[in-house]
Design a protein. Structure first.
Lengths: 183, 176
């Protein structure tokens, strides 16, 4: 995925980005083992809130979708629902090697191998798992990217919706499932 | 403590006439029976205190051409587990339901049908999908299923030739 990094924002969008970068609400989609790295990141030792970041309960009120680990096809469907409920501008952070190339689940029949084919990932934090230092570093980078207007994944998703949908349907068959548990 | 185990083993040996009885661990009994005997054995064990069906699962013995159904029962009064095993033909994976003995087996049979493709006659739910949404290949826990090939066909791998430039600490050009 090649993101368009040209800064085409007007002054109001720049001001909006400056303020939203300093007040980030995150939706953690704790699918994998990475979720265990979040408590030390948000509590007193590393203290995520000094960056102005905090956890949020619902996707509709969140700015960042944090995917902490592997995604099975079943959870990927729920992640896509959640992402599409979020308001723009919205950012996706892929966390750990499972979102990058499948990690140790590269040959599993149930887990996907590459998250950015299905959702626009603004930032990957590599590692298995990344330690809280790496997470804090990644959040700093995300804040800088938002301030500079480089975190354009949500725009890329709007402009290339057909490409993302095609990949989603190729791997999942259908995104919204129709069976006895969902009707 | 062991007396109750020995008494139970003797009772099972007399009543069920199993092919083999094993004691894999303390307070556990494994009992291998003919597939035709499974329902009688389960009814007998349920009436003698094994009220809980802990799990119904399956093992694929592909070299022997057989599926082995495994029923694990628990007796809450004695704290004893009994494992009942029976092998059925792999080419004709059909078995009768046990939902009239243990109604909770309804979902276990559905799971075994989904992951191993065994039909359970008499349980009309067992054909419905349970965990796997829109599964489109042979049941995934059969030994002849190739997860790598399935993963390659459905979930493309990243092109490994591509070099990723780290943003953390500057881009590659900046560092060199």
């Amino acid at each position: 995925m090649v993101l368009d990094n040209k800064d085409t924002r007007n002054i109001w969008e720049k001001i909006g980005d400056f303020f939203s970068a300093n007040s980030i609400w995150m939706k953690w989609y704790c699918t994998g083992c990475g979720a265990i790295e979040m408590p030390p990141t948000m509590t007193s030792r590393f203290d995520m809130e000094r960056l102005g970041m905090g956890p949020m309960a619902t996707p509709r009120q969140a700015d960042v979708l944090l995917i902490t680990g592997y995604l099975s096809t079943k959870t990927l469907r729920r992640v896509i629902y959640s992402y599409e409920q979020m308001n723009s501008p919205r950012y996706v952070v892929g966390f750990g090697s499972c979102t990058i190339n499948g990690g140790i689940y590269y040959d599993s029949y149930a887990t996907i191998n590459q998250l950015d084919k299905y959702l626009p990932v603004d930032l990957y934090i590599a590692g298995c798992m990344p330690r809280p230092e790496a997470i804090m570093n990644g959040f700093n980078t995300l804040i800088e990217m938002i301030k500079k207007g480089e975190a354009n994944g949500w725009r890329h998703y709007q402009e290339n919706y057909d490409w993302y949908k095609k990949n989603q349907l190729e791997s999942l068959g259908e995104v919204i499932i129709h069976d006895e548990f969902h009707e | 403590m062991m007396n109750s185990m020995n008494k139970l083993i003797d009772e099972i040996r007399v009543t069920l006439k199993p092919l083999e009885i094993l004691v894999p661990a303390d307070r556990q009994i494994a009992c291998i029976v003919e597939p035709g005997e499974v329902h009688r054995a389960l009814a007998y064990l349920k009436s003698s205190g094994f009220a809980q069906l802990s799990i119904l699962t399956c093992v694929d013995w592909i070299e022997d051409g057989e599926f082995e159904l495994v029923y694990i029962l628990m007796n809450w009064n004695e704290g004893i587990h009994v494992q009942l095993r029976a092998r059925i033909d792999r080419n004709e994976p059909v078995f009768n339901t046990i939902t009239h003995i243990y109604p909770g087996a309804r979902y276990y049979e559905r799971e075994v049908h989904e992951f191993f493709g065994i039909e359970f006659k008499g349980n009309e739910d067992s054909y419905k999908p349970l965990f796997l949404e829109r599964w489109d290949a042979i049941p995934p826990l059969r030994k002849d299923f190739d997860p790598q090939a399935y993963s390659d066909s459905k979930f493309p791998m990243r092109d490994r030739d591509r070099v990723f430039k780290s943003r953390i600490g500057g881009t590659e050009d900046e560092r060199s």
